[in-house]
Design a protein around this ligand. Structure first.
Ligand code: ADP
Length: 264
């Protein structure tokens, strides 16, 4: 069946052919007209507008295992977007916001929503997929408000996947990761601040979601082996997985070119 965009370009092509004698058209233009007129088969076919995205928010303290588990969700049709990784990448790119980002990350503070959300939105727009697991966002009520304002017409949130891990385990994992990650926020001083920010801003947010029902929260016990946590994650999230039909409409989820951006 012809799509609306194909009908429009085909009508334009027919008009062009009708009003100009073919001999007046240059070879290139004839080729272009041919592509337009055969838009149904042609590789020049204009893209459909994107469908509304479907999002899973993945939350938990620093070191809860969000990045580790989200990496596996790529195999189930999700594009993994880590707010922390996008911010660190932006900081490293030498962008004008780099210093500002650094000042927040090194203090274990939450980066202003305009910055984190701007980066997430850009990645979602760039991707051809409609399914995303957004890791490490929203972290406070400001983030939620910013998301609602900017994404109302762009994305629906299916649920919040929350990894429940006690603070002493979070601290252990962060410091362990710090031995190899080279991350400036995996040091003892920053880890303490990050934990404090998490318990003051993010944990109450998750409790509010559960209490008020803003979003459906899937609370997953995040201790035990990575495989055990994965089994729980898989079982909890299974009802929301993209179907085979959904995946067919999302070319980036096929084969080996899946997108994945790891790390909180
Ligand atoms: P987050 O993205 O939530 O900050 P990560 O996925 O980076 O957390 O995990 C933090 C550290 O803990 C990493 O070094 C990771 O290898 C390790 N880790 C993740 N899940 C587990 C687990 N279930 N048991 C032990 N270590 C884990």
């Amino acid at each position: 069946m012809w799509t609306w965009s194909q009908l429009v370009v085909s009508a334009a092509a027919i008009n062009l052919v009708r009003h100009q004698a073919p001999r007046q058209l240059s070879a290139n233009r004839r080729l272009w007209v041919h592509h337009l007129a055969t838009a149904q088969e042609s590789p020049v076919c204009v893209k459909e507008p994107k469908k509304k995205a479907r999002v899973v928010f993945c939350l938990g303290g620093p070191g809860a295992g969000k990045g580790t588990q989200c990496a596996r969700l790529s195999d189930f049709g999700y594009v993994h977007l880590s707010a922390g990784e996008l911010l660190r990448r932006e900081r490293a790119s030498g962008s004008k916001d780099g210093e500002l980002i650094e000042s927040y990350l090194s203090e274990g503070d939450i980066v202003p929503v305009a910055l984190s959300l701007g980066l997430l939105k850009k990645e979602m727009e760039r991707s051809e997929s409609n399914y995303f697991v957004v890791d490490g966002f929203p972290r406070n009520i400001d983030n939620v408000q910013g998301w609602r304002d900017a994404m109302r017409d762009v994305a629906d949130v299916d649920c919040v996947l929350f990894f429940d891990v006690p603070p002493e385990v979070l601290m252990e994992r962060m410091l362990e990761r710090g031995q190899t990650s080279g991350r400036s926020d995996d040091t003892l001083a920053t880890a303490h601040k990050r934990l404090a920010t998490y318990s003051e801003a993010t944990l109450p947010l998750i409790e509010k979601f559960e209490h008020d029902g803003d979003f459906k929260v899937l609370r997953v016990k995040g201790i035990g082996s990575i495989d055990d946590v994965w089994q729980r994650t898989h079982d909890a999230l299974r009802p929301f997985f993209p179907t085979t039909e959904d995946k067919k409409q999302a070319p980036h989820t096929k084969g080996d070119d899946r997108e994945h951006l790891n790390g909180d």
